[in-house]
Ligand binder design. Structure first.
Ligand code: PGA
Length: 241
C-alpha cells in the first residue's frame, strides 16, 4: 500500500479530488466507487468546484456507492442516497440513471444485495474506489468479525459503529441497526483504491492496518493484498506510523 501524508484535512481532500479528476480525464466513462461519512465531504466539495470551473465532466461517469442503512428510505435525510445527492450528485452533471446505491427501501434485503452485486458486475467493476475507515477498522460496513463476506450482503452494525454514527441522527436510538454493504470481494475487485483518513481518533486503527498482519478483526487490513491502494492521511491520523 502506498501512503501519502498530507498536512491536514484540506490537503487530503484536495489530493483525493485530484485523483478522481485524473481518473475521469484518463477515462471519461469511468466507473467510480464513492463513500459516505464525514471524511469525503471535503473531497466532494473540491470535485464540485472543479466541475463548476469546467475542469471535469461527469456526463459519462457511472457511480456505485459502498453501502446504505437498512431499512432506510431514499428521502430520509440520513440515508446515504440523500447524502450523495446533497454533497455531490446534485451539483455535478452525472446522469441520474448512472448513479447506483444499494436499495435500503427494498422489501427483500438479500435480493437487493444480489441485484446490486449483479449490476456492479454488468458494469465491469469499479475503476477507482474511494474508501474511508471506521475507528474499528471497518471498510464500508464490513464490521470486524470472525468471517468476512465476499459479496454485497446484509450486516448488523456493531455498537462501535452505531455510537460513531449517532452524531448524524437525533438520537442513538434512531441509528438503523442494519445495513446493506458491498463485501470485501466486491471492494477488492476495484482496479484502484484510494483511502482517505484524517484525525487523531483514527491513529490506532491506522497503525493496525499497516501492521503487516491480516485479520478479519481489522477488515481494512485485507487491503494489504490489493495491488493498487493509495492511503492519503493527514499528520494526525498518521501519528504512530
Ligand atoms: P468517517 O467514517 O469518515 O465519518 O470517519 C468512515 C467510515 O466509517 O468508514
Amino acid at each position: 500500500m502506498k501512503r501519502i501524508i498530507c498536512k491536514d484535512y484540506n490537503e487530503v481532500s484536495r489530493l483525493g479530488a485530484f485523483m478522481f479528476a485524473q481518473q475521469i480525464w484518463s477515462k471519461p466513462d469511468s466507473v467510480l466507487g464513492f463513500a459516505t461519512g464525514g471524511t469525503p465531504v471535503g473531497m466532494y466539495r473540491y470535485l464540485v468546484d472543479m466541475y463548476k470551473d469546467g475542469m471535469v465532466d461527469f456526463s459519462a461517469v457511472t457511480t456505485f456507492n459502498l453501502d446504505e442503512y437498512y431499512p432506510m428510505s431514499k428521502s430520509h435525510k440520513q440515508s446515504y442516497d440523500y447524502f450523495m445527492w446533497d454533497n455531490l450528485f446534485s451539483h455535478i452533471n452525472v446522469k441520474r440513471e448512472n448513479v447506483f446505491l444499494p436499495n435500503g427501501g427494498a422489501a427483500d434485503a438479500q435480493k437487493a444485495c444480489d441485484e446490486y452485486e449483479h449490476k456492479l458486475t454488468l458494469h465491469g467493476g469499479v475503476d477507482l474506489q474511494l474508501l474511508g475507515i471506521g475507528n474499528n477498522g471497518h471498510i464500508a460496513f464490513n464490521e470486524p468479525c470472525d468471517e468476512l463476506h465476499v459479496k454485497t450482503h446484509v450486516i448488523e452494525l456493531t455498537e462501535d459503529t452505531i455510537e460513531a454514527n449517532a452524531r448524524f441522527f437525533d438520537s442513538r436510538d434512531d441509528v438503523p441497526r442494519k445495513a446493506l454493504t458491498m463485501g470485501l470481494g466486491s471492494i477488492m475487485k476495484a482496479r484502484r483504491i484510494v483511502m482517505l483518513i484524517t484525525g487523531k481518533a483514527k491513529t490506532p486503527v491506522v497503525k493496525q492496518m499497516f501492521s503487516g498482519m491480516i485479520t478479519p478483526q481489522i477488515p481494512a487490513s485485507l487491503l494489504q493484498l490489493h495491488p493498487d491502494v493509495t492511503v492519503v492521511l493527514d499528520t494526525e491520523a498518521a501519528g504512530e506510523l
